[in-house]
Design a protein around this ligand. Structure first.
Ligand code: SF4
Length: 344
């Protein structure tokens, strides 16, 4: 079987450490997910990522701390105002602390994520972080996944013990959402300027997105220097305004993971690659990060995702073991053997 010589040249350059261009990445994304070329792309991305990260994986845990009809009206999200089916709810600080305890009990978690809607009570968030930090002064990392914020707020978050922020200028931001892409980018610059770890993602990928759109969106993470890059597919939900487009396969998502992993070889700031939601194909195509989830989840139709789509720490660890990882990063400079997750 012959492999296209253009593809071989692109992958050889990646192996030599040369940064891929946008045109290279479009070429990689235009192969059918079932083609031999896509298989080779995923295989090379996997091998290079394992070498780059020392076959080390990371488990993150996200707590969705509140639900309300969100004014961002994202057409792919189960909380968007105008189509959400959820009644408003908010976890108490005690419930959030219990969730943090569950996620951190084994010591396997790298970072605890706190997720709100686009609009949220900033002072309540600071209070919750302070409570977590008074119980857990140095471990784990705390990351916020919240709406846009300014430099003063970034500083306030840092002061109470936040280490990073997940913030994305999404695919078709401003078209499939009511948000201004420039506001999203402004917050990303704030995150970087404040010295917080910036978590980015190519999301939420649907069948209607072209290779050019995917590449333009994922390169923002490289141009601005993300700490974490990732790929997330949009989960089909019957009441979503985008339901008619359906959902991409995990195989296609893994192809995007592979391209993200290869493209980010040119970004020294990128320290790990995630796949949302976790799956084995993504973890053998360049990703080394999985998320456990509890509470609200924009990809779920259940109020508490932990009984539905969300995985717990043990399930994440088992999946990483199945994917062949040997080490877990549990703090910025601390790794431990992954071990045999089945024996625990
Ligand atoms: S994805 Fe986030 S910002 Fe958009 S509607 Fe959902 S909660 Fe709001």
């Amino acid at each position: 079987m012959k492999i296209n010589t253009d593809l071989v040249r692109i992958l050889e350059r990646a192996q030599q450490g040369d940064a891929l261009s946008k045109a290279d990445c479009i070429t990689l994304l235009e192969y059918a997910p079932t083609s031999v070329e896509a298989g080779v792309i995923r295989g090379v991305a996997d091998a290079l990522a394992r070498r780059r990260f020392g076959n080390e994986a990371i488990i993150l845990g996200q707590v969705g701390i509140e639900i309300s009809a969100c004014p961002a009206k994202c057409k792919f999200c189960s909380f968007g105002e105008g189509h959400t089916q959820f009644a408003p709810s908010k976890m108490t600080p005690e419930e959030i602390l219990e969730a943090a305890d569950r996620f951190t009990a084994s010591g396997d978690l790298y970072a605890l994520f706190l997720m709100t809607m686009h609009t949220f009570d900033f002072d309540s968030l600071l209070d919750v972080v302070q409570r977590i930090r008074s119980r857990m002064p140095t471990y784990p990392q705390i990351v916020v996944n919240i709406g846009d914020f300014d430099r003063a707020q970034a500083e306030a978050l840092r002061q109470v013990g936040v280490n990073g922020a997940y913030h994305v200028c999404r695919l078709r931001e401003g078209t499939d959402t009511t948000l201004d892409p420039e506001d999203r980018k402004r917050t990303i610059r704030v995150i970087k300027d404040a010295g917080l770890d910036w978590y980015y993602c190519c999301e939420p990928i649907g069948p209607e997105h072209t290779a050019q759109e995917l590449v333009d969106q994922l390169f923002l993470g490289i141009e601005y220097g993300c700490f974490q890059h990732a790929a997330m597919r949009r989960v089909w939900m019957p009441n979503s305004p985008l339901a008619q487009h359906g959902q991409i396969s995990e195989l296609r998502q893994a192809q995007v993971v592979a391209v993200v992993a290869l493209a980010s070889l040119g970004c020294p700031d990128t320290r790990n690659i995630a796949v949302h939601e976790p799956n084995l194909i993504g973890l053998s195509s360049g990703a080394n990060v999985v998320y456990a989830e509890t509470g609200a989840n924009p990809r779920d139709t259940e109020e508490d995702t932990s009984s539905h789509r969300g995985r717990d720490i043990r399930a994440c660890k088992t999946m990483l073991y199945e994917a062949g990882f040997e080490h877990l990063l549990v703090a910025p400079n601390e790794r431990r053997p992954l071990g045999n997750a089945f024996r625990e």
